[in-house]
Design a protein around this ligand. Structure first.
Ligand SMILES: CC(C)(COP(=O)(O)OP(=O)(O)OC[C@H]1O[C@@H](n2cnc3c(N)ncnc32)[C@H](O)[C@@H]1OP(=O)(O)O)[C@@H](O)C(=O)NCCC(=O)NCCS
Length: 312
């Protein structure tokens, strides 16, 4: 490789044209669902930044390395959502150089955070992200098996609720408020862009209060839909919500990311024992320094899985 032909650029934030080029590259690479975030590419959030390494051949620019990190306004975190170098170019220092540029473009007051599989986690924790955070189960399964399991499952819920689709602003506002009570920071900007592109549903009780909400969202892999978030008052309502979300699903497979704690494990056990899904290698969160947070894990049964909604 002639390293002179490579250019490193900080796109803070990328233009529409640059997002398009990132998106095209992702399609060519067929980068895995866990590494990729279809929503971010669709939404082009203003607080998402990228470092890219490009190669120009015959006047045609192509990205061979992409690092996306988000610095949301409402929480002092800089979250790495994607870090990839095309296979033929790996091990030549390109990733490391993009990483240094990312650090130069990160506000020093922000805690850096990411989720990674075990092998990369060891490397990150040895260098910039020494603080171990939560662990998450990654789960894949058949939609048909899940629908069958949900049809048989008795949640013993006596709560009356209504189901509404979340798309319009007036439906998003109460959901964003419920979300803020769980995560303790304001993600309304994210949800306002997310729900018009997602298939979101909210459960509302007889008094008009939100008791659960969640969504389905496309992935980069055909026929695989991501289920998430699933936030609910308790596991019974989370299962009711799941039933509403998947009842008219067209895709044949789903993926879902569930926290490895008492609450997430209720969801994991349901999916494994009743819907015969399979566990993929877990994800580990790491932080650059200790991070004070106040998330209400008792209501988080699946993560949104979108790094534009950092951490949760
Ligand atoms: C991870 C990846 C982006 C690194 O890019 P690269 O250009 O190959 O990286 P470099 O040549 O600069 O890295 C040299 C070494 O430092 C490691 N490294 C790279 N960035 C690092 C970081 N931020 N912290 C610690 N170690 C790092 C690399 O893994 C590599 O380790 P090795 O010698 O054991 O293989 C690239 O290997 C890749 O795309 N892998 C597949 C996708 C993936 O796993 N992404 C990370 C998801 S969490």
């Amino acid at each position: 490789m002639d390293s002179n032909s490579l250019t490193f650029s900080a796109l803070c934030p990328p233009t529409l044209q640059q997002w398009k080029r990132i998106f095209q590259r992702a399609r060519v690479e067929n980068w895995k669902v866990s590494h990729w975030n279809y929503f971010l590419l669709m939404s082009k959030l203003s607080y998402a930044n990228a470092i890219v390494c490009s190669q120009t051949t015959n006047g045609q620019e192509d990205y061979i390395g992409i690092l996306i990190f988000v610095q949301p306004p409402a929480i002092s975190v800089s979250y790495v959502g994607m870090y990839l170098v095309t296979e033929a170019y790996q091990g030549q220092g390109i990733g490391g150089k993009m990483w240094q540029m990312m650090k130069q473009h990160t506000d020093s007051g922000r805690t850096m955070a990411l989720n990674a599989p075990e092998e990369m986690t060891k490397k990150y924790r040895a260098v910039d992200y020494p603080i171990a955070g939560e662990t998450f189960h990654k789960i894949h399964g058949s939609v048909l098996q899940l629908q069958r399991a949900l049809a048989l499952f008795d949640t013993k819920s006596s709560t009356f609720f209504q189901v509404r689709r979340i798309a319009e602003k007036d439906a998003i506002a109460p959901v964003a408020k419920y979300d803020e009570e769980i995560v303790h920071f304001d993600r309304s900007q994210f949800w306002e862009q997310f729900f018009p592109l997602a298939d979101g549903k909210v459960l509302i009780d007889g008094g008009g209060s939100v008791i659960a909400f969640g969504a389905l969202f496309k992935t980069m892999v055909e026929n695989v839909t991501r289920i998430g978030p699933v936030y609910a008052d308790d596991i019974g309502k989370a299962i009711e919500l799941l039933r509403e979300l998947v009842c008219d699903m067209k895709e044949t497979e789903y993926c879902i990311t569930v926290p490895n704690n008492d609450f997430g494990n209720h969801m994991k056990d349901f999916l494994i024992l009743k819907a015969e899904c399979s566990l993929r290698p877990p994800l580990y969160r790491s932080y650059s320094r200790s991070f004070d947070y106040n998330f209400d894990w008792s209501k988080i049964f699946a993560l949104s899985g979108h790094f534009a909604a950092p951490l949760l």
